[in-house]
Write a protein that binds this ligand. Structure first.
Ligand code: FAD
Length: 295
């Protein structure tokens, strides 16, 4: 089976190329920026140079043409905002659907969450091509392999997406989709300054810090790219630590495939304890300094 990987980040490209190798024998990386011009992780790199005055999303037209030429059976897409737009546009051009947030993939079929996360659904593409968005972590600890073949693909202008202006935003500074361990801060953090404790703990555990939705949309203490859950990021880390997180379904579906779930909450009836492998009942202001000091 031949597989295309479309990724925005280096880690995403490496992880998805490694995962693609477990699904099929021919892996090609479609690179849309310098960050993903990586040799040795796929059998071929198709490099598309998007003009500086165009949006990366506009590469969808070129990618779709490339698919027509090379005819991959599966396309794996890193679930960043931009790559998801490309997945949608390519799927529309190819006359198929995107199967989003795949938790496992078998050929043209994938299992993903359904009904807001309370059920699993297996979906199979009925077209000639199956397009999935998936995080590299669903493939476990696998390594990429490949050759140094890089083929430049001419960019085809796409006037359905226009760049009107650019405005620099503060970078999120974190890519949770490729983080091995994750700490999620919840509304139990009542002072923004206390989030430093989550970052200090993360530094001790080789983890990245994410959050529940209220910490982004209600108080704007964390970047929008870092909230986890059904309307945010769907992740499969090794370890998830929810601190001051109640454990509502809309948040937990984003991490319930974590290998180990740890909860810290001052309320011993918090629903998160029913889903956790390890739980610590305590006030985060008291227990976090102690844990950080011990680690
Ligand atoms: C359609 C829809 C989609 C949604 N999508 C998402 C989503 O994608 N992601 C998401 O996160 N949410 C989502 N939500 C919101 C979700 O339902 C919950 O409201 C939210 O996840 C709760 O966040 P929380 O656990 O931080 O806050 P709360 O539910 O308020 O919980 C705070 C917890 O902190 C504990 N606590 C308080 N003080 C301390 C302390 N000092 N020390 C230790 N513990 C303490 C409390 O006991 C409590 O359990 C969605 C909601 C809807 C309706």
């Amino acid at each position: 089976m031949s597989i295309f990987v479309i990724a925005e980040t280096e880690k995403g490209a490496r992880g998805l190329c490694a995962g693609a190798r477990t699904l099929g024998n021919e892996v090609a990386l479609v690179s849309l920026s310098e960050a993903t011009r990586i040799a040795g992780i796929a059998d071929a790199v198709y490099a598309i140079t998007v003009p500086v005055d165009a949006l990366v999303e506009s590469a969808a037209a070129t990618v779709s043409e490339l698919i027509d030429t090379k005819a991959p059976e599966v396309v794996l897409v890193e679930p960043t905002r931009r790559m998801k737009v490309i997945a949608g546009k390519v799927a529309s051009k190819q006359g198929v659907s995107v199967i989003t947030d795949a938790k496992s993939i078998e050929g043209a079929a994938a299992t993903s969450l359904f009904f807001g996360g309370i059920a699993n659904r297996k979906t199979k593409s009925v077209g000639d091509i199956a397009i999935f968005t998936a995080t590299p972590s669903i493939f476990g600890d696998v390594q990429p392999s490949g050759s140094d073949v890089v083929e430049e693909i001419a960019y085809i202008a796409d006037d359905t997406v226009k760049l009107r202006s650019r405005e620099a935003l503060p970078p999120a500074g974190v890519d949770l989709t490729v983080a091995k361990n994750i700490i999620a801060a919840g509304r139990g953090f009542t002072d923004e300054a206390d989030l430093q404790m989550a970052h200090d703990l993360a530094a001790k555990m080789d983890a990245e810090v994410g959050c529940t939705r209220p910490l982004t949309e209600a108080v704007n203490w964390m970047p929008r790219e870092t909230y986890i859950g059904v309307s945010g990021l769907m992740l499969s880390p090794e370890v998830y630590v929810g601190i001051g997180v109640s454990g509502q379904m809309q948040h937990m579906v984003g991490v319930n495939t974590a290998k180990t779930i740890i909860a810290i909450n001052k309320d011993n009836n918090a629903p998160i304890f029913e889903q956790a492998d390890y739980g610590l009942v305590g006030d985060l202001k008291t227990v976090l300094p102690e844990i950080i000091a011990k680690l």
